[in-house]
Design a binder for this molecule. Structure first.
Ligand code: PHE
Length: 365
């Protein structure tokens, strides 16, 4: 018995001091196939029943004590190692970005910053709204009632029939940024001048459509606003964005339920070095028109839906695809690549983090 006690005391003392490698050696030496404790346990088989009854508790007790001590020591060593790693691998996020650092600003983020810069200069604030919307903000308040064909045309991602908000409204992923018009008008008294960039969702996918894409909405509400203001604003914006003065606009009558009249805006392009670029003479031999924006005067029913008096307040709204603007300005041709996360694409088309767009420095520099 004394021998066992002494053996246990020695083993526990060595375990308490052991590092990870020594601990494994001790485990094998004591509890392994031919370890000292294992061999002791084996001697029980050759004993008489009386002897075995007398010896077994002590030997099994030794095995348990050693196994427990090893497990406890291993847990303590693991904890210390983790501590050390946490200290060692801590990143100081306040350090300046080093030379050769990876990472770039995605063209969509860059273009959104460019748009915010251009419109801030024209006195527009940036507004946002939720991507999970209800059908009142996304459709009904925008003069698209339940039975309106435009609802079907939007390829909407709906939540379940039972997933409704406190007012019993059906929930969905917003199909455009136009619900931000409604949210802004119900929350802020006019005059209003906002842009609302953000993600939108439609069940659609090919080279020029992805189920998630980005739009930017513009809204102006004031007294005595007319189509001339809309035209001037869009022309000023497009010239600043594409950084060319020779940009021509063509307004075509169109239809949106939430604007009256509605106008689709085409912009003149020319083919330069085999690539379509915005600007130049659209009526020349290398020229043509490209549709870039939907817009119009905010429908009196929409003004009334948010509780304003359409006789007093008018305005215009416009909407366009941010991804598309990025493609046109920076010359990408497949929209899907925007969301693949391919590092080679990001390195090629991405922007340096410190390359913040400014009007003075050039919004696309
Ligand atoms: N919401 C429209 C769309 O997604 C664009 C638009 C916005 C048209 C504002 C007119 C006014 O196509």
């Amino acid at each position: 018995m004394d021998g066992l006690d002494q053996q246990q005391a020695e083993l526990l003392a060595r375990i308490a001091e052991a590092d990870a490698n020594a601990l494994e050696a001790i485990r094998v030496g004591a509890l392994g196939k031919s370890g000292t404790v294992t061999l002791l346990l084996k001697t029980l088989g050759g004993m008489s029943p009386d002897e075995r009854q007398a010896q077994a508790p002590a030997i099994q007790g030794l095995r348990t004590a050693v196994a427990d001590a090893i497990a406890a020591r291993k847990a303590a060593l693991d904890a210390t190692a983790l501590e050390a790693r946490l200290v060692d691998e801590r990143l100081d996020m306040t350090l300046p970005v080093g030379i050769g650092a990876e990472g770039s600003v995605h063209p969509v983020s860059q273009v959104m910053d460019e748009l915010a810069e251009i419109f801030a200069d024209l006195g527009f604030a940036v507004a946002t709204g939720p991507e999970i919307e209800d059908d009142w903000h996304n459709f009904t308040a925008l003069n698209i009632p339940e039975t309106h064909p435009a609802r079907a045309m939007h390829d909407t991602f709906y939540f379940g029939e039972g997933d409704r908000d406190g007012e019993g409204r059906r929930m969905l992923l917003r199909t455009h940024t136009s619900p931000v018009q409604i949210r802004t008008m119900t929350q802020t008294p006019p005059p209003i001048r906002i842009i609302a960039p953000g993600r939108v969702y439609r069940s659609d996918s090919d080279a020029t459509h992805t189920p998630m894409f980005h739009q930017i909405e513009g809204l102006v509400i004031d007294r005595d606003i007319h189509l001339g203001h809309l035209r001037w604003t869009l022309e000023t914006f497009l010239k600043a964005f594409f950084e060319r003065d020779d940009i021509v606009l063509r307004l075509r009558p169109s239809y949106f339920p939430f604007t009256e009249p509605s106008v689709e805006v085409d912009v003149g392009y020319t083919v330069e070095k085999g690539r379509r670029v915005i600007g130049g003479d659209p009526t020349g031999p290398n020229g043509g028109w490209m549709e870039v924006l939907g817009s119009g005067m905010v429908h009196p029913k929409v003004i009334a839906a948010v509780g304003l008096d359409p006789a007093e307040w008018q305005g215009f709204a416009f909407g366009t695809g941010v991804d598309r603007l990025a493609m046109l300005k920076y010359g990408m041709d497949d929209l899907r690549a925007f969301f693949d996360g391919d590092l080679r694409w990001l390195r090629h088309y991405g922007f340096r983090a410190l390359d913040v767009p400014t009007l003075s420095g050039g919004v696309g520099a």
